[in-house]
Design a protein around this ligand. Sequence first.
Ligand code: PLP
Length: 263
Amino acid sequence: MKKTPQTLTIAGSDSGGGAGIQADLKTFQELGVYGTSVITAVTAQNTTGVNAIYPMSVQAIQTQLEAVGDDFDISALKTGMLFNPEIIQETAKAIQQYGWKNLVVDPVMIAKGGANLLQPEAVEALKTHLLPLAFLVTPNIPEAEALTGISITDVFSRRRAAERVLSLGAQAVVIKGGHGTDPEYAEDYFLHLNGESAVFRAARIATNQTHGTGCTFAAAVTAQLAKGRELKEAILTAKEFIQAALSDPLNIGKGHGPTNHGA
Ligand code: PLP
């Protein structure tokens, strides 16, 4: 009997189904891996915004992590919305205890509608506890700026920011270009501790159906890593998955519509 690769997402729930845990599990399913989840916070949200955030207790997170860690054989995992320093510390502790490899850290901070998905004082905890465990970190431009204190205005500052993320202990980083200013292209910048760098360029797709693209991208990389893909190839196939989702929007909801995970 063939063994399906098993993955884990440690993230927040999005009642609107476009981002967070829901996006991750749909993406895992679509890409042929088995998904487990640890819910860090429940959000009440839809395509028009985040109405409320209910963080889980540290105990609720710890027992979910134990339930998954004691039973499943996790080949790759990702973190998304972690909300506060206590949740970050508990998550980092379990990742070390269970020896989970292929950790993709999506340093989720602020939702497109402006809601704080990470308390500002938790950025330090993310840098201290989680980045040293990361196989890949996937910040967008504002998140890379918040992690490094470097304002990304050109290719040189982008390179310096990527180097700074690696100096915090991560093995690789991809700074996503979706928030860049070029109207025609979005450029992602990849840097690995082994010195390898790459620019992944794609035509910019004009759509407002982008809710959850960051979560979906990181989940797609995680799924590919779980299937044994090499890191750069995992990133490239995840990027194709996102490009396909953006090119075929679902047109759901009254606001900022959800990513198409293959529905
Ligand atoms: N809600 C949750 C639970 C998330 O994890 C995220 C994304 O990281 C969002 C909302 C934000 O989604 P977006 O900024 O794509 O609208």
